[in-house]
Design a protein around this ligand. Structure first.
Ligand code: ANZ
Length: 601
C-alpha cells in the first residue's frame, strides 16, 4: 500500500499540535499512567538513532494506555547543561544559552517530525531559570539536612542535637560540628588538574597514561575546595530500597555493587613514640594476630607526623609519584606493589608487638580510614606486598583441607578462606581465639576490642561522597556566598533563581577557578553591614538537573512550589522509565538519593 508520508504525517502532526491531542488531563478520578523517557542532552548534532529507538517504544505504550482509558503523563524535556555549549562559547563568544536554545528547537522539531505523542505544554529545560530555581532550592535543602542514623532518616539541621562537650567549646565549635553533619558540605577534595589548561578534568578526560585528553599535558592530583554530598549516609536506605524496586535485576545488581556495603571494625593502633593512635578499617578483625605491618595511604593526614626524619625524602618522592596515578591504577591487582617504610612502628593491640608502618598507594584515601593493618598470610594484596619487601608472613588460620597446607602454614602461600585459628592467643593481653572459626573469631575479637575501647564494629560503603561541583560556566550556580569573615550563607529563597552573569569571555579564571571568577559585578557582594562576600564560583555538575526532573513534569509551571503535593501523590511513582543502562549507577542512584531526602523532609 502506498503511504504518502509527505502529506499524511504533516497533516496529522498539525492537527495534534492545534488540538493538543496529547495533552495530559487534569482528571484525577481516572487511573493514571506515567511514562517517562530519559530526556536528551540537546547536542548540536541533533537526535541520534538511539533516541527514537527508546522513545518509540514508550510512545506505543502511551497511545495504548490512552486508548485504554488511562490518564497518561508522557512528557519530554532537555538536560541542557553541558560542556559542548561552553566550549563553543569559548571559541565564538556565543552565549551557551543561545546555542542551547537553537539545539533544543532542533530536537523538538525532529521529535515532532517523528510524530511522538508528547504533551509539549510540560516541556522542561534544566537550564531554564524557572526550572533551576528549584534545583538550587533542593541544594539548599541538602545543605540544611542531616542524616539521623538512628531513625535512618534525613532531618532539618535545626533539629540536630548538639553534644554538651561541643557546646562548651563555643559557637565556632558548634558551627564546625553542624558543618560536619550537613548533607552538602564544602571541603578540600582531590581532583585531576591540568596545569597547562589551568582546569580541573573529569576522570573521563584523563587518558590511561595520565595525559590530559585535550592538550597531552600530564595531569596531577590536586586538592581544591569543592562541594560534596554525603550520599553514603543514605547507603543503607539506597541498598534496602532496591529489594522492593521493580527494576531489571542487572541494574539493581550494579547499584548494589556500586554501593558496596562492607561490615567490619575500626581498630586503633598506638604509634610507637608518638603518643597517638592510627585507626584502621578491617573486614577481618579476627586476623589481628596475623598483622605484620601497617599501611597508610599517601594522602593520609597523619603521614607527615608519622614519617621519621631519615625517611622524609623517600616518602615525599613516593607521595608525588602516587599523585600521578588513578585509583584504578593503584588498586589493579595485576600491577606490582610499591611502597616505602615510614621509619615508624605501631603496637599491635592484641599482642603488643611492634609492626612497621609503610606508606603504599594500594591503600586509598577515600575508603575506610585510609589506613590498614596488613595480614599477608590471608590477604592477596598484602601477601604480594610482603613478598616484595621481605616482611614476615604469619599464618593464623589453619587451612585443614587445603592441598598446599604445609606451604600456607610456613607463610609461603596466601589463604583467604575459612579455617581454624592458630597462633592467635596472647597471655599478655588475654585475647585467645585459637580453635574458633571465622564467624566466632570475628565476634569474639570485636567484643574484646569494644570492651577495651580500642575498636568498634562499623559498616562502610564503597560509595563515596559525591563530588558535586565543576569549574564551569554552563551549570547551575550554587546559591552560596562566602563572606570575608569565613561565614558561608545561602541565598534567600525569594532571591532564587540565582542566574548566571552575562560574560564576554568564557575562559577559566586564574588557578583553575570557573569562568565565574572573572564576572566581578556578579561575584562580589556586600551585605547591609558592609561585610564583603564572594559568590561561589563553582557550578553544579550535569547530574543535578536530571536528579529530579520527573517530579517537575508533574507540575511544570508551578511558581510557588517545586510541585503540588496532591499532583505528586496522584502521578507518582513513574510507571515506566526507559533509557540507557549506562545510567544505572549515576543518574539512577543520584536521583534515588535526592528523592529520599525530599521524601524525608
Ligand atoms: C585486614 C585484612 C585481613 C583485610 C584479611 C582483608 C582480609 P572491603 O571488603 O572492600 O570493604 N582496606 C581497608 N581500607 C582500605 C583502603 N582505604 N584502601 C585499600 N584497602 C583497604 O575491603 C576491606 C578490606 O580492605 C579491609 O580488611 C582492609 O584489609 C582493606 F585477611 O584488613 B583488611
Amino acid at each position: 500500500m502506498d503511504y504518502n508520508f509527505a502529506e499524511i504525517e504533516p497533516k496529522w502532526q498539525k492537527y495534534w499540535e492545534e488540538n493538543k491531542t496529547f495533552k495530559t488531563e487534569e482528571d484525577y478520578s481516572k487511573p493514571k499512567y506515567y511514562i517517562l523517557d530519559m530526556f536528551p542532552y540537546p547536542s548540536g548534532a541533533g537526535l541520534h538513532v538511539g533516541h527514537p529507538e527508546g522513545y518509540t517504544a514508550t510512545d506505543i505504550l502511551s497511545r495504548y494506555k490512552r486508548m485504554k482509558g488511562f490518564n497518561v503523563l508522557h512528557p519530554m524535556g532537555y538536560d541542557a547543561y553541558g560542556l559542548p555549549a561552553e566550549q563553543y562559547a569559548m571559541q565564538t563568544g556565543t552565549h551557551p544559552a543561545i546555542t542551547t536554545q537553537k539545539n533544543c528547537d532542533n530536537f523538538r522539531r525532529q521529535i515532532k517530525a517523528i510524530g511522538l505523542s508528547y504533551d509539549w505544554d510540560r516541556e522542561i529545560n534544566t537550564t531554564d531559570p524557572k526550572y533551576f530555581k528549584w534545583t538550587q532550592w533542593i541544594f539548599k535543602q541538602l545543605y540544611n539536612t542531616w542524616f539521623d542514623d538512628e531513625l535512618q532518616k534525613g532531618r532539618p539541621i535545626s533539629e540536630l542535637p548538639i553534644p554538651e562537650n561541643i557546646k562548651t567549646n563555643g559557637i565556632e565549635a558548634v558551627k564546625t560540628y553542624i558543618g560536619k553533619k550537613r548533607l552538602a558540605y564544602y571541603d578540600n577534595a582531590q581532583v585531576w588538574w591540568c596545569d597547562s589548561c589551568k582546569t580541573v578534568c573529569a576522570n573521563e578526560e584523563v587518558l590511561t597514561d595520565g595525559a590530559h585528553e585535550k592538550c597531552g599535558n600530564q595531569v596531577i592530583r590536586k586538592n581544591l575546595k569543592q562541594w560534596l554530598l554525603r550520599i553514603p549516609q543514605y547507603g543503607e536506605r539506597l541498598l534496602q530500597g532496591l529489594d522492593t524496586l521493580d527494576w531489571p535485576t542487572g541494574v539493581k545488581d550494579m547499584q548494589r555493587n556500586w554501593i558496596g556495603k562492607s561490615t567490619g571494625a575500626e581498630v586503633d593502633f598506638e604509634i610507637d613514640g608518638l603518643n597517638k593512635k592510627l585507626r584502621v578499617y578491617t573486614t577481618r578483625p579476627d586476623t589481628l594476630f596475623g598483622a605484620t605491618y601497617m599501611v597508610i595511604a599517601p594522602e593520609h593526614k597523619m603521614l607527615d607526623e608519622i614519617v621519621t626524619a631519615d625517611k622524609k625524602e623517600a616518602v615525599e618522592r613516593y607521595i608525588n609519584a602516587a599523585a600521578l596515578k588513578s585509583d584504578l591504577d593503584r588498586t589493579d591487582l595485576a600491577k606490582e606493589k610499591t611502597g616505602v617504610f615510614t621509619g615508624r612502628y605501631a603496637i599491635n593491640p592484641v599482642n603488643n608487638q611492634l609492626i612497621p608502618i609503610w606508606v603504599a598507594d594500594y591503600v586509598l584515601t577515600g575508603y575506610g580510614t585510609g589506613a590498614i593493618m596488613a595480614v599477608p598470610a590471608h590477604d592477596t594484596r598484602d601477601f604480594e606486598f610482603a613478598k616484595e619487601f621481605n616482611i614476615p608472613v604469619i599464618c593464623i588460620l589453619d587451612p585443614k583441607q587445603a592441598e598446599n597446607r604445609e606451604e600456607i602454614l610456613a607463610g609461603n602461600a596466601c589463604w583467604t578462606e575459612d579455617g581454624e585459628y592458630i597462633n592467635s592467643a596472647s597471655t599478655e593481653t588475654g585475647l585467645d581465639i585459637n580453635g574458633l572459626n571465622k564467624t566466632a573469631g570475628i565476634e569474639k575479637t570485636v567484643k574484646w576490642l569494644e570492651s577495651r575501647n580500642i575498636g568498634e564494629a562499623t559498616v562502610n560503603f564503597r560509595l563515596r561522597d559525591w563530588l558535586f561541583s565543576r569549574q564551569r560556566y554552563w551549570g547551575e550556580p550554587f546559591p552560596v556566598i562566602h563572606w570575608e569573615d569565613g561565614e558561608v550563607t545561602l541565598v534567600e529563597d525569594e532571591d532564587l533563581p540565582l542566574q548566571l552573569p552575562e560574560m564576554e569571555k568564557y575562559s577559566p579564571g586564574d588557578s583553575g577557578e570557573s569562568p565565574l571568577a572573572n564576572a566581578h559585578d556578579w561575584l562580589l557582594v556586600t551585605d547591609k553591614n558592609g561585610r564583603k562576600g564572594r559568590r561561589e564560583t563553582n557550578t553544579m555538575p550535569q547530574w543535578a538537573g536530571s536528579c529530579w526532573y520527573y517530579l517537575r513534569y508533574i507540575d511544570p509551571n508551578n511558581t510557588e512550589n517545586i510541585f503540588d503535593i496532591k499532583k505528586e501523590q496522584y502521578w507518582m511513582p513513574v510507571d515506566l522509565y526507559v533509557g540507557g543502562a549506562e545510567h544505572a549507577v549515576f543518574h539512577l542512584l543520584y536521583s534515588r538519593f535526592w528523592h529520599k531526602v525530599l521524601f524525608d523532609l
